[in-house]
Design a protein around this ligand. Structure first.
Ligand code: AMP
Length: 429
């Protein structure tokens, strides 16, 4: 098989790593890839959001199928353009990607199909309307910009002053671009969060192993939000009873609702959940795999990813093929100094040689590039040091052993990924 992977972060390196392990794979390309992916696939300098560039690339290289990592090309209609040419691709259509691309579309979908989610207090396309609504909502309040805002589009407002500030930033000062022109007000949910990701061919689906990510930059969940500073996966993140509830009250009604609405969904679907005292409720959908959750998920894969994705691409997913390593996995993100604020790039990364030989460890690259003969930093999240082990403790030890050997100026990472692992409280009920 010849496969094109679209994207250039840690998630795409994880996909390339597992695809490369398949005996069926003869050729892998990655657009644009990064400094680590370059060792395992041919990187082509086409931006992941550039639909025309990707069409021209696929025309030239003719992959058997394409796998899309990030949301932007999906929301931009990449899969529709490929399918209209008869080219196989894994990823939802532009319309289905609206589950992530528009929080209002997604909320209306959830309400229409009676899928548990936070109550909505209104959707607004003017600041005046949204500000007026603030007089009759409970606090704290969640405010969401409708469109893609690179992780900045959600505000947990404790009071009206904070809410007003966010609404003005989004709707009057245009700080989030077009993504902020409409907003949604909703109820604040309390509980533990859980990422539940599945793959579907439109008919059948298979859940991936459960993961939990760590969004705050500092230990103890302090500091600003980031794209994700780490993730871990263990089976006991989720009790069997909770897993069944999630499947029957959320996953299946979602897939049936999409089919009933005439929106076939093929690809990965990420369901962000809050496990509340009233049961699991949907916080958000993403139309793709999470980053860094994918790194932890990939580490536990015990199946031929190329074969499974080829099946998804032609509508023949066999869920029984997805087998998982028992135990646990973890991914710790090594970030540039200053991230998630301003950071410098071009710092030489030392200590990479040999770390992949530590049992169970794989260093996945996110913001790196090759410069002459060395690997240098080129982004905020630089590396995802990933490890699998017979237990979370074993995986954590290997992972931090490896992380401590790697150095670049300004490097920082959380020391407490997976440290508070316990089954979610709501899962015990
Ligand atoms: P989203 O992009 O919708 O997942 O929102 C980002 C983060 O905001 C989530 O991971 C939650 O931590 C938080 N969040 C979103 N919606 C709610 C809500 N209704 N109640 C509490 N927290 C929320």
């Amino acid at each position: 098989m010849k496969i094109l992977v679209v994207g250039g972060g840690g998630r795409e390196h994880a996909l390339v790593w597992k695809l490369r392990e398949s005996a069926r794979v003869a050729k892998l390309w990655c657009a644009p890839g990064n400094g680590g992916i370059a060792a395992e696939a041919e990187c082509v300098a086409v931006d992941a959001g550039d639909v025309h560039g990707l069409l021209a690339l696929a025309e030239r290289i003719q992959p058997d199928f394409t796998v899309v990592g990030p949301e932007v090309p999906l929301v931009n209609g990449l899969t529709d353009a490929f399918r209209s040419r008869g080219w196989a691709i894994v990823g939802p259509s532009q319309l289905a990607a609206q589950l992530e691309g528009s929080k209002i579309f997604s909320k209306e979908f959830l309400l229409r199909h009676q899928i548990p989610t936070a109550r909505m207090f209104g959707a607004f396309d003017s600041a005046a309307g949204a500000l007026r609504a603030l007089t009759s909502v409970p606090w704290p309040l969640v405010i969401k910009a409708d469109g893609l805002c690179a992780g900045k589009g959600v505000c947990l407002a404790a009071n009206a002053a904070e809410a007003r500030d966010f609404i003005e930033k989004a709707m009057l000062r245009n700080e989030f671009g077009a993504g902020g022109h409409r907003i949604l007000l909703e109820e604040t949910l309390e509980g533990d969060e859980l990422s539940f990701i599945l793959v579907t061919d439109g008919q059948r689906y298979a859940p991936l192993v459960p993961t939990r990510d760590h969004k705050r930059v500092f230990d103890g969940n302090l500091g600003p939000n980031t794209g994700g500073m780490g993730a871990y996966s263990t089976d006991d993140l989720l009790s069997e009873a909770m897993r069944r509830t999630i499947l029957s009250s959320i996953v299946e009604p979602t897939l049936q609702g999409l089919a009933a609405d005439g929106i076939p969904y093929q690809g990965f679907l990420y369901v962000g959940l809050m496990l509340t005292a009233d049961g699991p409720k949907v916080l958000e959908f993403n139309c793709r795999l999470g980053d860094p959750e994918t790194q932890a998920i990939a580490a536990r894969m015990d199946f031929d990813l190329a074969e499974v994705l080829a099946d998804v691409a032609i509508g023949r997913l066999d869920p029984s093929k997805l087998k998982w390593k028992p135990g646990a996995s973890v991914c710790v993100v090594l970030a540039s100094g200053g991230y998630p604020g301003k950071f410098a790039t071009g710092k030489t990364i030392e200590g990479l040689t040999g770390v992949n030989n530590i049992t169970g460890v794989k260093v996945l690259h996110a913001g790196t590039q090759l410069q002459d003969h060395s690997v240098v930093t080129s982004g905020g999240r630089v590396l995802g040091v990933t490890a699998v082990g017979s237990s979370l403790g074993v995986a954590l030890r290997s992972c931090y052993d490896a992380a401590h050997k790697i150095h670049f100026e300004g490097v920082h990472y959380r020391q407490d990924i997976g440290a508070h692992a316990r089954p979610p409280l709501a899962a015990m009920r």
